[in-house]
Design a protein. Structure first.
Length: 134
């Protein structure tokens, strides 16, 4: 399962992010070593900048397996501190324009005319870069 850790500090590297998420993958009340520990398969750090406002955000994107460990990490780490900053940890859902239900020409629409969202909620004009990959 893909996890996104939002608003991480600018100085965070992928080793620090992996350590942070690994800490939350195990149940805090069960201290015995387990054979089926979770594994972080992939870890990226994204820099999202908006040239017009000159604002910069950093987010971590991780692939955690098995799903049960990813859910445990979300439960344990959401709203906690990473290097002095409060971060949100949640499931990451990859969205594409092909699956947008607001598009009247999209054949994957479930119920035409039922969609109440008018416009795209995504921020326009942002630049996304992967600065750390592993």
């Amino acid at each position: 399962m893909w996890l996104i850790v939002t608003r991480i500090p600018a100085g965070t590297n992928h080793a620090g992010l992996k350590k942070f998420v690994s800490r939350g993958m195990n149940d805090k009340w069960f201290f015995l070593p387990l054979r089926n520990r979770g594994e972080i398969k992939k870890c990226d750090i994204l820099r999202i900048s908006h040239p017009a406002t000159k604002s910069v955000e950093y987010h971590g994107l991780l692939l955690v397996q098995p799903i049960k460990k990813a859910l445990t990490a979300i439960e344990q780490l959401d709203g906690t501190q990473l290097d002095g900053e409060t971060v949100d940890v949640r499931r990451y859902v990859h969205r594409t324009h092909e699956r947008d239900r607001r598009d009247p020409f999209n054949h994957h629409n479930q119920a035409p005319g039922n969609e109440r969202r008018r416009g795209d909620r995504r921020r326009s004009g942002i630049v996304t870069e992967r600065i750390h990959q592993n």
